[in-house]
Structures are given as structure tokens and as C-alpha cells.
Design a protein around this ligand. Sequence first.
Ligand code: EPZ
Length: 417
Amino acid sequence: MDKLLIQGGTPLSGEVAISGAKNAALPILCACLLTGEPLQLKNVPHLNDISTMLRLIGQMGVEVTMDGNDGLILDSHGLNNPLAPYDMVKTMRASILVLGPLLARCGEARVSLPGGCAIGARPVDQHIRGLQAMGAEIHVEQGYVHATARRLKGARIVTDMVTVTGTENLMMAAVLADGETIIENAAREPEVVDLANCLIAMGARISGAGSECISIHGVERLHGATHSIMPDRIETGTYLCAAAVSAGSVRLTHTSAAYLDAVLAKLREAGCAVSAEHDVISLKAPQRLKAVSVRTEPYPAFPTDMQAQFMAINCVAEGSALIRETIFENRFMHAVELIRLGADIRIDANAALVTGVPRLDGATVMATDLRASASLVIAGLVAQGETLIERIYHLDRGYERIEEKLSKLGAIVRRVR
Ligand code: EPZ
């Protein structure tokens, strides 16, 4: 398995381009299932999760054509196998996002239950309940969700909690349903809005995306469209943290500050000078950061996908910070790895108290999930000496060419086969 070897101590500087958003591209790839006409996508990130999703819809009968460097043309007129098998779903939970579109387009779907993952149980009960409210017959047997529906009917759905892919699945199911669907307590994440914009370009009638109440008026069919994936706000935040912790100064291009208010506010509170204009964000870090406490909540509050990165920068900041994780029940696994590098972190249930230490010392550490891996990279950039990160296949799921982009910013990092 690949490893990442980082020599710490170099302030990051220079300019790097941000890729398309993984968590916008994944549901939008599934949207192609809703029409028999070609869907042309641009700014698609080159990530393992994207390749997995393309394999998954490809085995259903979708024709995938590369269109230049970061473009794709998806044609599902030959869709003939509404099945998402366990061996594919177990490697990527987001596979559940095919359930709504398959039901809407084919009237049936067999999708393996995703099972748990490192950061929590992550059930899909809200996805199932919402589809049942729209008239789907759903039963779960032998680890598969079997769903059928002659034609889904519009319904008013109130989810028990804010769920990003739950909102996305139900929105995609509703665009071809008979009548109006209202999703209350909807996720407001920008990736939900990007999906809605793509569906609207395909002829869907959606209003309220980005608010907690989304209304979808079903139509008979959708048509092809062209859509460019929004920039990845979590990749952006991750590189900003890498620059912040290393007393660096960077410019990130092809991105947007519009979706990062909570994160940029915390970086400024930590002592960074952050400015943004058009599709560029610039950050200049102080010699040493001040500790900043964070509490993860649904968008527009501080994102859970940036929690691990902020735990890392707090490890060497001045003072103590309290980190509360309210979204997932087990998203502190990076803490024990950071402690191996010399961090002072005390965990109590969903709260972590991080007390800044003067320095971290390089060691061998193990990645456990995508954003935990990012926090180890950030810590390795500032630790004295060499840090070797194992199991970096987690990183490759969500960060395009990470060692290339970090090297471009002056980091001393290489992939060890
Ligand atoms: C999406 O996951 C993202 N993934 C996650 O990013 C992100 O951390 C998460 O939203 C929260 O922002 C994609 O968009 C592909 P949820 P999702 O449904 O949709 C519970 C990354 O690093 N819940 O919003 O799976 C659930 O257990 C990944 O890129 C139910 O109980 O998250 C969790 O505690 C990690 N039943 C909470 O709700 C359900 O039916 C929020 O989960 C659905 C969710």
C-alpha cells in the first residue's frame, strides 16, 4: 500500500488550483440516471471515489466518455441493470445516491446497504422513509434495499435530522414524481444547491435549494444538459489549514470563498490574514497560530469535514481549544495518531480538548478515514523531522494529486510505494 513521506518545517508558499467538489460530483454523476439524454459535466475531480461511482453506473449500462481533461459525457439511454452490488457499495457509502434516481427512472432498484464506516454507523433510514412516503415499496433483505414504485408520488417529507445525501436522494427521486414534493429540514450544503442547479438545467422544477425547505414539482421527463461542478470547499479549507499551520502564504485559485464563511472566520480568529476576490483565496499566516475552538453543525455553520484539519492546526497553536463533533459519533480517530506526533489532546465523548505544544515530532502514523488522513498530512507539514503516513488510499478518495499540489507549494513530500 502507498505511504506518504513528509519532511516537516517548510512554510507553504505559492499558488495551487482547487479541483471540482467530490461531494457535488458524486450526486451529480447519479443524476445522469434520470434521463436517456447525454449529461455533459465539466470540472470533474480525478478521485478514486469518482472512479468508483463511474464503475458503479457503468455496470448499470451508462456509457461514460471522457471529454477533455476534466470533462465527462454520461449517456444512460442504455440503462438496463438497476443494481448496486455489495462489493462496490462497501467501498463507498455515497453509492446509496443511485437509489432515488433508479426508482424514479426505472421504477425499481436493488442497492446494497452501505454498512457502517470508520466515522460512524451512518444508517440510511431517512433515505428509505422518505422514498416510502413517496409511495415506494421497500424491503431490506440479505443486506440489500429492494425498492419498487410504478410512479413515485409527491409528498411532504420532514427528515429526523439534517442529512446531506438523504436530501439529495429524495430530491432526485422527486424530480420525476407525480405532483409536488416538499422536503422540510433539508440540508443546506452548497453541494445540494449544485445538484439542484444541474437538475434544473436538465428540466427539473426545484425551488428553495440551499434553504431548509425545498419544493420539487415532478415533470414527465428530464433532458440532457451541460453542468460545471462547483469548486471543492473542503479541499480549499484543507490547503488553507496547511498554509496556516506552516506560517505560510498561499493563493488558491479556481475556488470560491462564498461557501467557507465559518471556516475563514476561524482562520482569521487564529491570526491569519485571509482575503478573497473572484475565484481566488489568499492566506498569510502568523508565525504561530492562536488556538480556536470549533463546534461542527450543518451548513452554514462549521463543517464536520473540516474538524480533523482544525484539530491538527490547534496541536501547535498558542493556548487550548475545545472541539465538539455533533454530526458523527466517532470522528476523533485522528486524535490518537496526532498524539503519536506529540500532541496534547484529551477526548471526552464528542468533545476534544487540544492544548497547543511548542512542536510536534515526526513519526509513523496511520490514516483511518478521508479527513483524518488530511489532518495527519497537516500535522506532518509542521512536525520536526519525517512523518510517514500509512494507508493513504483514504486520502486518494478525496484529494486530487495531493503530493503534487503540496510540492508545488514547497512542501517536502513524496509518495512511497
Ligand atoms: C455527507 O455524508 C458527506 N458525503 C460527508 O462527507 C459529510 O461529512 C456529511 O454529509 C455531513 O456533512 C457526501 O456528500 C458524499 P449525513 P452523508 O447523511 O450524507 C445521520 C467526506 O469526508 N443519518 O448528512 O452520509 C448520520 O449517521 C464525507 O467527504 C441517519 O441517522 O451524511 C450522521 O450522524 C464524510 N440516517 C448525520 O445523520 C440517515 O438516513 C448526518 O449524516 C442519514 C443520516
